[in-house]
Design a protein around this ligand. Structure first.
Ligand code: ITT
Ligand code: MG
Length: 197
């Protein structure tokens, strides 16, 4: 099976890539599985695209192999797009999913049901040493529930209800999430590249 390195240390993301890439006959290998200890890449960019490029290019140069990175997050309209690129660390450097959820629910406390629209965004960057980096973007539109529900997935899944559903993303089976997610929608646009791998 062909392999591709995913420049992520997020377990939830890594699992989703494994499942999403299986149907292309590609094994997704995260940084958590490499024998070599790789440093954390500082996400100093001001956009998803910049941060995805930083992660993909730094690890591609380090390993001298093609690397894919995912920079993703949740944009909430009532919060002017926050947490956005700061999604992982919204409630602090410890990257605590529960603390992040608590912070969002508190900030949206006074916001009525109709005003809770949001979307997940995923920008993929593929860095190939010596070549120009490729980008693809995917979205998943929905709204923020007033309470958290479900244990599947990761991050903000327990408070995000995708459009057309009455369940949160964390109440959906992983296969169902992977059929509608921002990550899936970005990967679809990468099919041309995945097939030439
Ligand atoms: O940078 P890497 O190592 O990949 O791991 P990370 O968790 O820091 O990843 P990002 O910098 O891309 O931040 C993405 C954050 O956005 C949120 N997020 C992204 N995709 C999500 C999803 O599918 N479901 C729920 N939350 C998601 C979640 O809080 C993530 O930690
Ligand atoms: Mg990160």
């Amino acid at each position: 099976m062909k392999k591709v390195v995913i420049a992520t240390k997020n377990k939830g993301k890594a699992l989703e890539f494994k499942s999403l890439f299986k149907k292309y006959n590609i094994e997704a290998i995260s940084l958590l599985e490499l024998e070599k200890e790789v440093p954390d890449v500082e996400e100093t960019g001001t956009t998803f695209q910049e941060n995805a490029a930083l992660k993909a290019e730094e690890i591609a140069n380090l390993l001298n192999t093609p690397v894919l990175a995912d920079d993703s997050g949740l944009e909430i309209d009532a919060l002017d797009g926050r947490p956005g690129i700061f999604s992982a660390r919204y409630a602090g450097e410890q990257k605590d999913d529960q603390a992040n959820i608590d912070k969002v629910l508190k900030e949206l406390k006074e916001v009525p049901e109709k005003g809770r629209s949001a979307r997940f965004v995923c920008v993929l960057a593929i860095a190939i040493p010596g070549e120009e980096t490729i980008f693809r973007t995917g979205y998943c539109e929905g709204e923020i529930n007033t309470e958290q529900k479900g244990d599947n997935g990761f991050g903000y899944d327990p408070i995000f209800i995708p459009n057309g559903y009455e369940l949160t993303m964390a109440e959906l089976e992983p296969e169902e999430k992977n059929s509608i997610s921002h990550r899936k929608n970005a990967i679809i646009q990468l099919e041309d590249w995945l097939k030439t791998m």
